[in-house]
Design a protein around this ligand. Structure first.
Ligand code: THU
Length: 136
């Protein structure tokens, strides 16, 4: 339920995480803030690599931090992305690999909030963005 999540606060935390992005190759900076069921927030930023293939998205950095801390249940993630030194003009939707990682730990009602700023955002569910995801 989106009413149970402080959406604006989570977006501000994603914007803060984006400031830490390491994106010298694409110059596209992404920030994510993952809210666990316990109410803790795990920030993540994209971390690029000269090999390109070694790059990890902001969303997965947030998830893997949380998992390493013992978390297993999540309510929502806020995501912001855009080119360095430019105003955020578009919603940054999570890539397919990140959606798949979310499906490993989250139910269909997990909230995915994509934002340009704290007042301009869209709320989706994982079920909407990854229908018929692969599960073993
Ligand atoms: N990126 C993310 O951090 N999350 C996504 O869901 C899509 C893409 C990053 C990876 C790379 O550093 C940059 O955005 C451009 O693809």
């Amino acid at each position: 339920m989106v009413e149970e999540v402080d959406v604006k606060k989570l977006i501000l935390q994603a914007l803060g995480a984006r400031m830490k992005a390491y994106a010298p190759y694409s110059k596209y900076q992404v920030g994510a803030a993952l809210l666990s069921a316990k109410g803790r927030v795990y920030p993540g930023c994209n971390v690029e690599n000269a090999s390109y293939g070694g790059t990890v998205c902001a969303e997965r950095v947030a998830f893997f931090r949380a998992i390493q801390e013992g978390e297993r249940e999540f309510r929502a993630i806020a995501i912001v992305g855009g080119r360095a030194n430019e105003k955020i003009e578009d919603f940054a939707y999570p890539c397919g690999i990140c959606r798949q990682v979310m499906s490993e730990f989250c139910r269909e009602d997990f909230l995915i909030i994509v934002a340009k700023d704290a007042d301009d955002y869209q709320v989706h569910t994982l079920g909407e963005l990854l229908p018929h995801g692969f599960l073993l």
